[in-house]
Every structure is written in structure tokens, then in C-alpha cells.
Design a protein around this ligand. Structure first.
Ligand SMILES: [Zn+2]
Length: 382
């Protein structure tokens, strides 16, 4: 199967390259906002959007007047426009809210450029990128296949990364005739129906505590700056602290990401059917408990990673509906115990068959059984 694989690397641009990256991000944002404005106007007046084609022609004309747009990678500007068109068509299909203007304050500052005639390539320990030339990068993995695109990002803590998409052929994993259910939670990251537990590594919690502490400090500094009528962009102590918070946050996200990649690959390798609950991911901003908010983000990542890996490697992922009472059912006899609705109940004894259950393990067993039931006849597992 031909798939697009993403590779993420740390970039180490020199001073000139950093300036060019900032310019390209700025111009891409300008193009996005300029055409978003036009698109919004058209939508207000006609109820319809514009087309990528017509905007693209207009962009060429725009560049004649605004010559600074010519300084940066033209493909990056085209992809910014493409992004907008895609965002708008998702909006029209009611999959998304209407696209919003991008600002310098957005968490993700990035631009995407596409492969044309070898303009993106690995040359020794450097990465060739349009307009930037050869950029030093941490080549931690070998890129397999044809490079399709590269997204250059600057994080709030001032680090640079590149995500490279490469088109590559993947071979399905061998069949194992095995099914598994997985329950994700706050105590353990994941509990599998075969009894395997993946605890949240201790340093996740350490980092979370550190983050909470530094975030408090950040909001105090914000208050101070506001009191002094100092602009936040000019408040040095605030900015310093903001970077510190971002660094911890990035570290945490990366660590979780590595962890869930390891677990998901192992699961896909060892099992043909994987049952997982359709998790409710609440709006992160509304969530007061940081630890929970972060867990939810990694659960949804876990699910999407399982989704594409199952597809790539010829396995089946079954998303079990939210109303399936995976925690309440006895995985031995099927009796439903509504008392388990209470999250504080960590273990219980079934009133009908007297089997003792660990909450998470029992849930994962039910998810496994449900996944098997729902795939009955489609795969070779009884
Ligand atoms: Zn029972």
C-alpha cells in the first residue's frame, strides 16, 4: 500500500535562514488572511465561496504590486492558499467552523512547501529547502520513499522543526488471529484485555506538576504587566516565562507522542482486531484539570495513530460507540452493574457470577468482545 509517512526532525537554521523562515511564515499568513477576507466578503454577499483557481491567478497579480511577496518561496504561498480553500470547503461540508484570521500569536507558526524538481532533499546531514538552501538538521531517522512536502515550524519556545511527508510503500503485518480491547484512562495510559498494562511513565506526572507551577507564575507575571500598563509583547519577564512554559509543554507532548507510537505499533503487530472506546474529548480550554486535558489530547492522538496504522498494516480497528457500557458490564457473564458508573469504583464483584473485576481490565475485555462481535464473519477469528 502506498502511504504518506510523516517524519519530524529538529532544524537548526542559521541567522539568515531564521530570517527567511520568519518572512515566509509572515507572507504565508498575509496571503491566508488577504484571501480569507475576500472569501468572507464573497460568502456574505453571495452565500458562496471563491475557488482556489481564481485566487491563485489573483495571487500572481498581487505579487506584481507587493514585490516583497516575491522574496519568499512561492510554493509556500500557494499552499497557504490551498489550506484556506480546504478549510473553507470543510466549512461548507459542515465539518469545521469557518476559518479564522491567523495572527502572530497563534501557537503554531509554520509554512508548507511542496516537492518540485528536487527542491526538497536530504544532502548529507543537511536538508535542502527552497529559498533556505542547506539547513542543518537532527537526522534521527532515515526517510524512506519520495519526499512530497515539508512543513517548517517555529515553536513558541523558539525551536525549529520540519515535518517531512514521504510517499512510501508499506507491507501489511502478518496475521496473528488475535483480538484485543484497550481501555485508556488517567491511572494507566492503557490497559489491554490480555492483561498488559501501560502505566503513565512517572516523568509525565513530574512534568505536569512542573508545568502547572510555571503556568501559575506566568499568569502572575501577566497580571503584573497589565497592572503596570505594559504591553505583553514588551513585558520581558512575562515573555521569558512564556517560553519556559512552552518548552515544558513541548517536552511533554513529544514524550507522550513517542510513548503512544510504541504502544500502538506493538498492538497492531500483535493483533488483527483492536477494540477501542469512542472517547469523548472535551474542549481542552474548558478543562480545568490540566492532567486530564493533556491525557485527552494524547488519547485522541492514540486513536488516530491506531486508525492509520491499522489501515497501513492490514489490521482492523473497531471504534465502539460511546453508549456501550464497557465499564459496567461483567465481561464474564454480561450482567450490568450500574454502580460502576462512579469513577471511584476501581474494582468490583459481579453480583451474578461473583467474579472479581479490575475496572479497567474488565472494560478492555468488554471492548475486545464487542470488537469481535462486530467484526464477526469479516475476519478469521471466532
Ligand atoms: Zn458476572
Amino acid at each position: 500500500m502506498l502511504v504518506h509517512k510523516a517524519y519530524k526532525f529538529r532544524l537548526y537554521p542559521n541567522k539568515g535562514q531564521k530570517i527567511m523562515i520568519a518572512k515566509t511564515i509572515g507572507c504565508s499568513r498575509f496571503v491566508f488572511n488577504y484571501f480569507l477576507d475576500q472569501w468572507n466578503t464573497a460568502y456574505r454577499e453571495t452565500g458562496k465561496g471563491l475557488t482556489y483557481g481564481s485566487c491563485s491567478t489573483q495571487l500572481t497579480q498581487l505579487k506584481r504590486g507587493l514585490t516583497w511577496l516575491k522574496e519568499v518561496d512561492s510554493i509556500a504561498l500557494q499552499s497557504s492558499l490551498k489550506n484556506l480553500a480546504d478549510a473553507y470547503s470543510r466549512f461548507f461540508q459542515k465539518q469545521n467552523k469557518a476559518p479564522r484570521f491567523k495572527t502572530k500569536m497563534n501557537q503554531i507558526q509554520s509554512y508548507t512547501t511542496k516537492q518540485t524538481n528536487g527542491n526538497i532533499a536530504v544532502v548529507g546531514n543537511k536538508l535542502k529547502l527552497p529559498k533556505l538552501g542547506l539547513v542543518k538538521f537532527a537526522r534521527s531517522r532515515i526517510i524512506h520513499g519520495r519526499i512530497v512536502s515539508a512543513t517548517v515550524k517555529e515553536t513558541p519556545s523558539g525551536k525549529y522543526y520540519v515535518s517531512i511527508l514521504a510517499e512510501t510503500e508499506v507491507q501489511p503485518f502478518r496475521k496473528t488471529d488475535s483480538a484485543v480491547g484497550v481501555d485508556v484512562g488517567l491511572n494507566d495510559f492503557a490497559v489491554l484485555s490480555n492483561g498488559l498494562r501501560f502505566p503513565n511513565p512517572k516523568f509525565f506526572r513530574t512534568l505536569e506538576k512542573k508545568l502547572a507551577k510555571e503556568q501559575k507564575k506566568l499568569s502572575r507575571r501577566k497580571e503584573l504587566a497589565v497592572k503596570r500598563k505594559c504591553k505583553l509583547t514588551e513585558a520581558k519577564n512575562y515573555q521569558k516565562q512564556r517560553k519556559k512554559v512552552s518548552r515544558i509543554y513541548e517536552k511533554m507532548v513529544n514524550a507522550r507522542h513517542d510513548y503512544l507510537h510504541k504502544i500502538s505499533t506493538m498492538m497492531i503487530k500483535n493483533h488483527d482486531i483492536i477494540g477501542i472506546e469512542d472517547l469523548q474529548v472535551t474542549n481542552m480550554l474548558k478543562n480545568e484539570r490540566l492532567a486530564k486535558a493533556i491525557s485527552e489530547v494524547s488519547w485522541s492522538q492514540f486513536r488516530s495513530v491506531l486508525e492509520y496504522k491499522a489501515k497501513w498494516y492490514g489490521k482492523q480497528l473497531v471504534i465502539v460507540a460511546r453508549n456501550f457500557p464497557s465499564s459496567q458490564l461483567c465481561s464474564n457473564c454480561g450482567h450490568q452493574n450500574k454502580e460502576v458508573k462512579n469513577l471511584a469504583v476501581r474494582d468490583w464483584i459481579c453480583k451474578k457470577c461473583y467474579v472479581h473485576h479490575d475496572r479497567d481490565l474488565n472494560a478492555s475485555r468488554n471492548l475486545c468482545q464487542e470488537a469481535i462481535r462486530r467484526t464477526a464473519g469479516t475476519v478469521g477469528i471466532a
